[in-house]
Design a protein around this ligand. Structure first.
Ligand code: PLP
Length: 362
């Protein structure tokens, strides 16, 4: 009974790899011979040091980071990064560019503006309800950074490639596609990602930041809101959420050792998404909501002919062992979130169900 799990298409918190959950369960009462749970051990202990150092080392290997980058763990979710980024990188007269591709990007822009920063919207897809990724932008060459949301969790769009921004570093909110594919780090000044979509439980945000950006000194920031505090103390200035970081470490180990790295993960993710989009495209019943060239490999958004059918679809899918298919409340419809931990077998089950549902209701 305890082992009866469903195919989990939740947007976040979302599915975690089953081997990770099992490993955490197996060592929950006695972590590595300590006689204690990882939740009961000092964050200053050798045990936890090994956890956080291993997580950082694996992140570096997975993304191919050189020592120009810091890997940090910060609380407050991706939402706190909306504020910390402009706070740490922008003085009163420093400009920054933002691309508005949906709900999360809009929040990031709003937060920077609320801090009184000089931010410009270099491109936006608001004119079509954020159904596409802009093809061009009015980039300010003296911007300190260009902020973009690499995957738009709610609208179901994703940057197929990171844009060429010349000398302006990209700051990417990768909350919902972090470590789902390789990243061209030469364009990246910073990545941040709330863990609860693709790499762990809620409660921690991973930040990868280039040291030259950390060198930008903005005065008057509280200790806990400065990136340098985390960089100088290996993210252990204060007590971090140890359990969340531990699960992230196990997920990173799974990605590296079981999946075989980001190129392998990318290939699997592409296969998964293709299967689902093909099913949508070949039917006259389901309709994808994102522009074809902007579709997300992580969040597949689609509509049915009417809202009643959508309700029925979500309910019947759940009864058939597939959960989390209701679209975000702000857009309606259906959404299948198919992050790294969602296996191809889950997609196959969903596709079979979709075809059967269409036959019965189309
Ligand atoms: C979920 C999400 C957020 C918000 O993350 P929190 O950790 O809840 O603050 C921000 N950006 C993107 C792209 C997201 O998917």
């Amino acid at each position: 009974m305890a082992e009866k799990r469903i195919h989990n298409f939740n947007a976040g918190p979302a599915a975690l790899p089953l081997p990770v959950l099992k490993e955490a369960r197996a060592e929950f009462l006695n972590y590595h011979g300590s006689g204690m749970s990882i939740c009961e051990i000092s964050h200053r202990s050798k045990w936890f040091d090994d956890v956080i150092n291993d997580a950082v080392a694996r992140t570096r290997r997975l993304l191919g980071l050189d020592d120009r980058y810091e890997v940090l763990f910060i609380q407050g979710g991706a939402s706190l990064q909306f504020a910390m980024v402009p706070m740490n990188f922008l003085g009163p007269d420093d400009p920054a560019d933002y691309v508005n591709t949906g709900t999360w990007a809009t929040k990031a822009i709003k937060e920077a503006k609320a801090l009184g920063k000089k931010v410009a919207v270099a491109a936006s897809s608001e004119d079509d309800n954020f159904a596409y990724i802009p093809k061009s932008m009015a980039l300010n060459p003296s911007a300190v950074y260009l902020h973009l949301t690499s995957n738009n969790t709610i609208k179901g769009t994703q940057w197929a490639e990171f844009p060429d921004t010349g000398a302006v570093p990209i700051v990417a909110d990768m909350s919902s596609d972090f470590l789902s594919r390789p990243v061209p780090m030469e364009r990246i000044g910073m990545i941040y990602a709330g863990a609860q979509k693709n790499i762990g439980p809620a409660g921690i945000c991973m930040v990868i930041v280039r040291k030259d950006l950390l060198g930008r000194k903005v005065d008057g920031l509280p200790t806990m809101l400065r990136y340098t505090t985390y960089a100088e103390k290996n993210s252990l200035y204060n007590t971090p959420p140890c359990f969340a970081i531990y699960i992230v470490q196990l997920v990173l180990k799974w990605l590296e050792e079981t999946v075989g790295g980001l190129a392998a993960m990318d290939e699997i993710n592409r296969r998964k998404a293709k299967l689902l989009y093909q099913t949508i495209d070949l039917s006259g019943f389901y309709r994808g909501t994102a522009a074809a060239d902007s579709r997300s490999l992580m969040n597949v958004t689609f509509r049915l002919p009417d809202e009643e059918l959508e309700k029925k679809f979500v309910a019947e899918a759940l009864a058939a062992g597939m959960g989390g298919l209701k679209g975000h409340r702000s857009v309606g419809g259906c959404r299948a979130s198919i992050y790294n931990a969602t296996g191809i077998e889950a997609i196959e089950a969903l596709v079979d169900f979709m075809k059967d549902f269409e036959k019965r209701n189309g």
